[in-house]
Design a protein around this ligand. Structure first.
Ligand code: NAD
Length: 490
């Protein structure tokens, strides 16, 4: 069948298996979120492609795992250098593919992708293991950590290269080989990475990237008997499915899932700093970050002032074309997602909530070619009960809800009153209160008087329905290795 001229101009991605680019029989359309147009074809891989990738990873494992950590680190460093050298090209591609602003891609996503390789290449060199003598038995006990084998890595669409490399880097630094499946909605920068993988001298089969949908490629990876470990970042619903599918094989799982993160703001908070940061924590990356604030509890004595100033600041958070450096937010990932986020605004209205700015109130000033893009203005809601789906479910868009509270106990109870437990922020100058509240909040990460300050050495992950396991310096090392206890009798 001959191709139309439109098909000729589309970007067509290929899988990367055993060090080679491999075509696929069928493809999935991928959209430019800022225009709503199809601009890329992503391989619609299934069992066959995943089997080939796992076989390549298995074959590469003995040699790669036998290398010294220093030899592996050198290659990770090279990859970091290459990403940095191509930063602008990657940032442009990430912004176009995901809808995020060029500024976010340039200053957050791509630098962090390079840093992930840099960080794990060095951190992996500094771990030690335990030794426990039993002189009375004439024995010495010690532990060693071994790579697990072929790691299956599945990542979402909100921080595409950032989260994919957060998994690939520790997995290969620890001596595993990997089969990675990025989100079918944002596969372009992972595909671009394949070229750098080759240039950096990563041996064929050590990193394999298979593109495709969750139910086909993702499921084939999760249920593959020779993939003993899965690191997944995505929604809680998908994690439940992955847990079921991998259960027959007793796989090691790390699940980084959704959030419904509270900010608790006491009357003595530094309001200038707090408002600026909480607007950012609510809306950064279109609110499409698992760590974004979506429920803001404010002590009643400052509630009115906070609300007025917060809404004024939210209105200044400009939503516009991703390539415009003055845009703070770009487009949401897809038409379906935009509709889902909008449905929560409709629900809030139907329940008597007040919309202070954003959806339905503020018009966006977009060029003609972006009129069909998936844009939505930053939206602030009040007057919603804690039991509402708007306050319970992850919306994952530029929407935040504000509500007053009277006591510390009430704030903690309401902050904890959801099924998620990923992150929380606490704002107060009272150091005792800050420690107390941080201790009581059910969240894997608590930031006080700041947000999104990350030391990659520290554990990252969620409580309750926000996940299982932790990743980060030592935690990723533990996850991507198996510990063995050895007893020597002398
Ligand atoms: P998603 O669960 O729909 O998809 C995530 C990945 O899983 C994609 O690659 C997808 O193709 C794949 N997938 C889907 N169904 C699958 C299946 N049956 N088997 C195997 N793989 C499958 O999530 P999303 O919509 O891409 O991402 C948004 C979600 O990710 C939000 O809930 C957000 O909070 C969460 N998230 C969490 C973190 C964290 O670190 N905790 C970070 C970013 C995003």
């Amino acid at each position: 069948m001959s191709k139309t001229s439109e098909e000729h101009s589309l970007l067509v991605l290929k899988n990367y298996i055993g060090g080679k680019s491999v075509s696929c029989r069928s493809y999935i359309d991928s959209y430019d979120p800022s225009t709503g147009e199809v601009y890329c074809k992503v391989p619609d891989s299934g069992k066959e492609e995943v089997d080939a990738a796992v076989a390549a990873a298995k074959e590469a494992f003995p040699e790669w795992s036998a290398r010294s950590p220093e030899q592996r680190a050198k290659i990770l460093h090279k990859l970091a250098d290459l990403i940095e050298a191509n930063l602008e090209e990657f940032a442009q591609a990430e912004s176009k593919d995901q809808g995020k602003t060029i500024t976010a891609a340039r200053t957050v996503d791509i630098p962090r992708a390079a840093y992930n390789f840099r960080f794990f290449s060095t951190s992996m060199l500094h771990h030690t293991t335990d030794c426990s003598p039993m002189d009375h038995m004439g024995c010495l006990n010690y532990t060693v950590r071994c790579p697990v084998g072929v790691a299956g890595l599945i990542s979402p669409w909100n921080l595409p290269l950032y989260l994919l490399t957060w998994k690939i880097a520790p997995a290969i630094a620890a001596g595993n080989t990997v089969v990675a499946k990025p989100s079918e909605m944002t596969s372009v920068t992972a595909w671009m990475l394949c070229k750098l993988i080759q240039q950096a001298g990563v041996p064929p089969g050590v990193i394999n990237i298979v593109f495709g949908s969750g139910p086909r490629a993702g499921d084939a990876l999760v249920s593959h008997p020779e993939v003993p470990l899965i690191s997944f970042t995505g929604s809680t619903a998908t994690a439940q499915r992955i847990t079921e599918r991998s259960a027959p094989y007793c796989k090691k799982l790390s699940l980084e899932l959704g959030g419904k993160n509270p900010a608790i703001i006491f009357a003595d908070a530094d309001l200038d700093q707090c408002i600026e940061t909480t607007v950012r924590s609510s809306f950064l990356n279109q609110g499409e970050i698992c760590l974004c604030t979506s429920r803001i509890y404010v002590e009643r004595s400052i509630y009115s002032e906070f609300l007025e100033r917060f809404v004024a600041a939210a209105k200044k958070w400009k939503t516009g074309v991703p390539s415009d450096p003055s845009s703070k937010n770009g487009a949401l990932i897809s038409k379906e997602h935009l509709e889902k986020v909008r449905s929560y605004i409709a629900l809030a209205k139907s329940e008597g909530g007040i919309i202070h700015c954003g959806e339905g109130l503020d018009q966006l000033d977009l060029p003609e070619r972006n009129k069909s893009g998936y844009f939505m203005p930053t939206t602030v809601i009040t007057g919603i009960s804690d039991s509402s789906r708007v306050m319970q479910e992850e919306i994952f868009g530029p929407v935040t809800c504000i509500s007053p509270f009277d006591t510390e106990d009430e704030a903690v109870a309401r902050g904890n009153g959801v099924r998620y437990g990923l992150s929380a922020t606490v704002w107060s100058k009272d150091v005792g209160k800050v420690h107390r509240v941080a201790q009581r909040l059910q969240a894997g990460l608590v930031w006080t008087n700041c947000w999104l300050v990350r030391d990659l050495n520290l554990p990252f992950g969620g409580m309750k329905n926000s996940g299982v396991g932790r990743e980060g310096g030592k935690d990723s090392y533990h996850f991507f290795t198996e510990v063995k206890s050895i007893t020597i009798k002398h």
